[in-house]
Design a protein around this ligand. Structure first.
Ligand SMILES: Nc1ncnc2c1ncn2[C@@H]1O[C@H](COP(=O)(O)OP(=O)(O)OP(=O)(O)O)[C@@H](O)[C@H]1O
Ligand SMILES: [Mg+2]
Length: 243
């Protein structure tokens, strides 16, 4: 069966993929390559010598699926406390789609990215604690990842406005050719620590930009019906599209 997505509005998009609510299961997300930025476009943009690599190398869906399977094997089921589940590939009219867990808040709305959360609600104490929890987990389990970016982590809210957990939905797996678990423990620890330091400094820069009123880019923001990102009206509008 081919899922029909062309006529459906995605709930979000990143630099590479469009994200849809699964038309037959509201608990799942389907991610497809952006038709306006194909794998070939992505490869072309890289320049020499990276553009010599095969197209499959640039396929985020394929890399992510593999990386999450590997994480499940090496860390065990607790990895899904902070990383979303991936279920494999489905056919869609926009090409192969990666079927994943869709992270929703306790009230059923699609969770905001950390980027959008920080912009809309600020760097609150519960948010600081949730970041600390994620950081401790990442370090303890030595989770291999690319740079941790605020738009690749979502903030799942529980009841009464408390944060339940932060979940990584992109940027997983090691970017290097040598499999991460083959590296000596010391190097694994160092690599993870470096990612976390970079995350921390990027986070402080982002928070201070937000405090200064600098509007963030649209990547990783849920798509609003009127496409506005105004702080004043965002909440109502966002809630409308997060169903
Ligand atoms: N499973 C999910 N549950 C909730 N929100 C999600 C989920 N997957 C993606 N999102 C939202 O969609 C946005 C874009 O998704 P994603 O990061 O997968 O796209 P991308 O094109 O791979 O990103 P990048 O620009 O980092 O390459 C995220 O920032 C997040 O807000
Ligand atoms: Mg992303």
């Amino acid at each position: 069966m081919t899922l029909q997505l062309k006529m459906v509005k995605p709930f979000a998009q990143g630099g590479n993929r469009l994200c849809f609510v699964h038309p037959l299961n509201r608990e799942r997300c389907i991610k497809v390559r952006r038709p306006d930025f194909t794998l070939a476009d992505c490869r072309r943009k890289k320049g020499f010598p990276k553009n010599l690599r095969p197209l499959a190398y640039f396929d985020d869906n394929r890399k992510e699926y593999r990386a999450i399977q590997q994480l499940q094997r090496s860390v065990g089921p607790s990895i899904f406390d902070h990383v979303y589940r991936c279920f494999g590939f489905v056919d869609t009219d926009l090409g192969p789609g990666l079927e994943t867990e869709l992270i929703r808040d306790a009230d059923g709305l699609i969770s905001l990215s950390l980027k959008q959360f920080l912009w809309e609600f600020g760097y609150t104490e519960p948010c600081r604690q949730a970041i600390e929890q994620l950081t401790v987990f990442w370090q303890g389990e030595k989770v291999p990842s690319r740079d941790l970016l605020t738009h690749n982590i979502v903030v799942q809210m529980g009841r009464q406005g408390a944060i339940s957990r932060l979940v990584a939905i992109d940027g997983l797996g090691s970017p290097t050719l040598v499999p991460f678990r083959w590296l000596p423990q010391k190097i694994q620890v160092k690599r993870v620590a470096t990612r976390l330091q970079r995350f921390e400094s990027r986070l402080s820069e982002f928070v201070s930009n937000c405090t200064g009123g600098k509007q963030p880019s649209r990547v990783g923001m849920l798509i609003h019906r009127d496409d506005s990102l105004s702080k004043v009206d965002a909440e109502g509008v966002v809630r409308d599209v997060r169903r």
